[in-house]
Ligand binder design. Structure first.
Ligand code: IPM
Ligand code: MN
Length: 351
């Protein structure tokens, strides 16, 4: 596995920001399946990089739910608010009905902590290509169909009616679009693509397009483009080099970032940051992958996605140079089991 170096763009710190000397208070949710396995390696690498962390474990996820019914109580959420950041491995356990953990834990954190940016970088060489690509998807993370607007009537009858609306607010769209422009302005290519489906979703699409066009006027140095989401799927595979920064809504962003992972070295290395850039609460960092219960305990889980997500966290906590060293250590392939890969990457960052 090879990961191309990527242009992280401006986050909170630059690549050369020296260690802050601060101790960071981190809430750790290992979660289910391979979550705790990859988390252990991510923490190992951060410590090897010299990060000063005071970690507190939170036993949350599908297994906890099956044991005593807690998904994420308001009391636990209140505790999480006191940390500088949250690091999450993966959640999801067979036997838990769909939606319980997703809505009750992950989405509850995204909504309640106002983690309105889901930032997912993709750097790699797509199958059939020679040159590496390097782009970042900025996914709106608190609105769209994820809000859960809608309902069901006459359930279980031939007349059943199900609706599921997409919520798009001027405030929510603008803060996301603005973040994407600010990010694009810090990158070398300074290019931003809006991805939507304005030809069909004419109400939501129009709000996104008008907001994008209006904010664009404040960033004359950023070149812009628009792609419908179906066309973007083709470009991800056939011409990923056209992208620098992409901004899109919650559901399109969910789907596109799985595809982004698939063309950038696989889901095993896809990292993500759920950010509250306004700083009104802690941000949350997690790999894009799930809990992979089928390989738990085999040592086959790739810890790189979790390690790169942890690097994202370092960046956001103001440890720019440290984050850069962790990312650099992930660029060359690592081999062996989950923990051997963690050891190898740790050895590289320590040097
Ligand atoms: C992701 C995941 C989540 C999402 C699920 C688990 C709720 O697929 O982070 O991409 O849909 O956002
Ligand atoms: Mn997803």
């Amino acid at each position: 596995m090879h990961i191309a170096p990527y242009d992280i763009g401006g986050m909170a710190t630059s690549k050369t920001t020296p260690p802050s000397g601060k101790k960071h208070r981190i809430a750790v949710i290992g979660g289910d399946g391979i979550g705790p396995e990859v988390m252990q390696e991510a923490l190992k690498v951060l410590r090897a990089a010299g990060a000063q962390l005071e970690t507190t474990d939170f036993d949350l996820g599908g297994a906890r739910y099956l044991r005593d019914g807690e998904v994420l109580s308001d009391a636990t959420l209140a505790q999480l608010r006191n940390f500088d950041a949250i690091l999450l491995g993966a959640v999801g356990t067979p036997g838990v009905p769909p939606g319980v953990i997703e809505r009750g834990l992950l989405l509850k954190m995204r909504f309640e902590l106002d983690l309105y940016i889901n930032r997912r970088p993709f750097a790699g060489t797509a199958p059939g290509h020679i040159a590496p690509h390097d782009f970042i998807v900025i996914r709106e993370n608190t609105e769209g169909p994820y809000v859960g607007e809608g309902g069901v009537l006459r359930k279980g009858t031939p007349q059943e009616v199900a609706t599921q609306g997409s919520v798009n607010t001027a405030h929510g769209v603008e803060r996301c679009v603005r973040y994407a422009f600010e990010l694009a302005a810090t990158r070398s290519r300074k290019h931003l693509t809006l991805v939507h489906k304005t030809n069909v979703l004419t109400f939501a699409g129009d709000l996104w397009q008008r907001t994008f066009d209006r904010v664009a006027k404040e960033f004359p140095q950023v070149a812009t483009a628009y792609n419908h989401v179906d066309a973007a799927c083709i470009y991800f595979v056939q011409d990923p080099h056209r992208y620098d920064v992409i901004v899109t809504d919650n559901l399109f962003g969910d789907i596109l970032t799985d595809l982004g992972g698939a063309v950038s070295g696989g889901i095993g290395i896809a990292s993500s940051a759920n950010l509250n850039p306004a700083g009104t609460g802690p941000s949350m960092f997690e790999p894009v992958h799930g809990s992979a219960p089928d390989i738990v305990g085999t040592g086959k889980a790739n810890p790189v996605a979790a390690i790169l997500s942890a690097a994202h966290m370092l960046e956001f906590l103001g440890e720019g140079a440290m984050a850069e060293r962790v990312r650099a250590a992930c660029q060359a392939p690592a081999s062996g089991s989950t923990s051997q890969m963690g050891d190898e990457i740790s050895a590289r960052v320590a040097n």
